[in-house]
Write a protein that binds this ligand. Structure first.
Ligand SMILES: Nc1ncnc2c1ncn2[C@@H]1O[C@H](COP(=O)(O)OP(=O)(O)O)[C@@H](O)[C@H]1O
Ligand SMILES: [Mg+2]
Length: 242
């Protein structure tokens, strides 16, 4: 589904990604771990063309997208859902309208049909009775689940999550991870930046550990957590909450 090869990215001459490669097969979940500043968000932003790469190849669903002309970027990005740490919902729209907006505007789905699909998605993220709630009437965990539903409304082939639970109170982390796990288990291909090791252990097929803009370690989840990892990785893991 996604094959990124030798991605380099610099900002003003400072190299932030150095020769990063990763592959995600259809239906797989890849978890990206690594310390703050290691380039995880930049990598996700490059993968969905929010940032141009300096060099490298990104093959998404059989098509090279790394050098997509500006005018066609939006078209590619429609097929890649992205969920951010801070939800980024439209504050002036209800949960239902947040979800229905892009299908109506971008995919020319009829408003009735888009709202019907939005209701189905609200069920999917376990918020069937929040259609008419505005973001400021929802908890962080609920807002993030609406944000996931909004991304799903475009029927993406790939979901990217950038620390989706890092801004949440601890008691809300589980409800968001449960939705992500359910999606992964029902076949959604995903790349997840998270510090939730339990999620990585339970849900990831593969784990990539980034450090200093490079892939420092990669393994199947079973091997990543089961076998001895490089010293740098062991030190990182030992400092994380259980
Ligand atoms: N738009 C930008 N301009 C300049 N430097 C940036 C920009 N975005 C990220 N960086 C730098 O790139 C490095 C990696 O950042 P980031 O991808 O956010 O790491 P992570 O998500 O792993 O914490 C950091 O040193 C950060 O300061
Ligand atoms: Mg980040």
């Amino acid at each position: 589904m996604l094959d990124a090869a030798s991605i380099w990215k610099s900002f003003d001459g400072v190299e932030v990604l150095r020769d990063v490669s990763l592959t995600v097969r259809q239906g797989e979940c890849l978890v990206l771990l690594g310390p703050s500043g290691s380039g995880k968000s930049t990598l996700l932003r490059c993968l969905n063309l929010l940032e141009p790469v300096s060099s490298g190849s990104i093959v998404f669903d059989g098509t090279e997208i790394a050098n997509t002309p500006r005018g066609q970027v939006a078209k590619v990005r429609q097929r890649i859902g992205m969920v951010f740490q801070n939800f980024e919902l439209f504050q002036h729209l209800s949960a239902l309208d947040n979800i229905a907006l892009a299908p109506i505007r971008v995919r020319n789905v009829s408003p009735d049909r888009a709202r019907e699909q939005a209701r189905t998605l609200l069920d999917r993220v376990h918020l069937p009775d929040k259609a008419d709630s505005f973001p400021d009437e929802l908890s962080g965990g609920q807002q993030q689940r609406v944000a996931i539903a909004r991304a799903l409304a475009m029927e993406p082939a790939l979901m990217l999550y950038d620390e989706p639970t890092s801004a949440l109170d601890p008691e809300m982390v589980g409800e968001v991870l449960a939705v992500m796990q359910d999606l992964a288990e029902t076949g959604m291909t995903s790349v997840v930046v998270t510090h939730e090791l339990g999620f990585a252990r339970r849900v990831a097929d593969h784990v990539v550990f980034m450090d200093g803009g490079q892939v420092a370690h990669r393994a199947s989840a079973a091997s990543f957590f089961g076998d001895k990892a490089p010293e740098r990785v062991e030190r990182f893991l030992s400092r994380m909450p259980a």
